[in-house]
Design a protein around this ligand. Structure first.
Ligand SMILES: CC(C)(COP(=O)(O)OP(=O)(O)OC[C@H]1O[C@@H](n2cnc3c(N)ncnc32)[C@H](O)[C@@H]1OP(=O)(O)O)[C@@H](O)C(=O)NCCC(=O)NCCS
Length: 167
């Protein structure tokens, strides 16, 4: 079980639409090559596409006890690495700059693992650079590398069936 040092609740993005503008701003700041003015991405549109439940793409949001936005993570069909690995992918994991290293990212990863089980998947993947430790600590296995806009990134796989057996 993940116990974030900061009290937070994790809800579907569809239930917390007010979080989207803050999250979109954080994505632009965190990933300028992709979401910046000259990049190919559109943060607000990507978030809007994930404001659904029960099918892909979907996203969750971490909120504090006052309802303020802390971070987000998504479950998507595509991500860096999808040419070599089938997915689905944990993607768009982001914790606000003032809220990091308090367990919120790990809690968001846990929530996406649960969502993937709920949707009937056997395994999920993520592509990650220096943040790979957050996945290794939860039992995700490094399975390869993938190209990205910022250079090669590690690809990790998490077996959902084995995580269920441990419960
Ligand atoms: C990566 C990110 C989501 C982590 O969120 P977080 O809430 O700080 O994560 P946690 O507090 O749950 O971290 C758990 C563990 O993961 C590892 N970890 C987290 N962030 C890390 C980083 N930037 N570099 C290396 N290890 C990291 C550490 O082992 C950490 O444990 P510790 O704090 O006891 O050392 C956050 O830093 C972020 O949003 N970064 C910018 C966007 C990004 O890189 N997203 C990841 C895409 S895969």
């Amino acid at each position: 079980m993940v116990r974030p040092a900061t009290t937070c609740q994790i809800v579907p993005l569809a239930a917390a639409p007010d979080a989207a503008p803050t999250l979109a701003r954080w994505f632009v700041e965190a990933r300028p090559p992709y979401y910046g003015d000259d990049g190919p991405g559109a943060a607000a549109a990507d978030l809007a596409a994930c404001a659904r439940t029960g099918s892909l793409p979907t996203a969750v949001v971490a909120l504090d006890s006052a309802g303020r936005t802390l971070g987000t993570a998504a479950l998507k069909r595509n991500s860096a690495g999808d040419a070599a690995f089938p997915g689905p992918w944990l993607a768009a994991l982001l914790v606000g700059p003032g809220h990091r290293r308090r367990g919120i990212g790990s809690a968001l990863v846990a929530a996406i693992e649960v969502e993937a089980v709920r949707q009937g998947f056997d395994a999920i993947y993520v592509s990650a650079d220096e943040a790979g430790a957050i996945f290794e600590r939860r039992g995700w296995l490094a399975v390869g590398e993938a190209p990205s806009l910022t250079g090669p990134v590690g690809v990790y796989r998490f077996e959902l069936a084995s995580s269920l057996e441990r419960c």
